[in-house]
Design a protein around this ligand. Structure first.
Ligand SMILES: [Zn+2]
Length: 91
């Protein structure tokens, strides 16, 4: 039983600092730039596997927003895009 440890599944969590290498070694604690409130309420975890996905997508900058804020931003961008698009289409 004791040999059946799953050390590889448990990853360390680190607080992200600018310039830190992002290679999916650790889960990183990020601070959302769009959330309100004290810093501890704005923190979110950037999963190691998401970091690898990010790199595969060619992103250079780490996410500045938590998932909730990211979603809101995307929705706002889409709404703005649709608004300009339909305004232009109406002519
Ligand atoms: Zn947020």
């Amino acid at each position: 039983m004791q040999n059946q440890k799953t050390d590889k599944v448990r990853k360390e969590i680190r607080i992200y600092a600018p310039g830190m290498p992002i290679d999916g070694t650790y889960d990183l604690i990020m601070t959302c730039c769009a959330c309100h409130g004290p810093e501890e309420n704005r923190q979110f975890v950037w999963k190691a596997e998401d970091q690898i996905y990010y790199q595969e997508q060619g992103y250079k900058e780490p996410p500045a927003r938590c998932k909730g804020c990211h979603k809101k931003l995307k929705e706002a961008q889409r709404a703005a895009h649709n608004a300009t698009h339909s305004a232009a289409a109406k002519h």
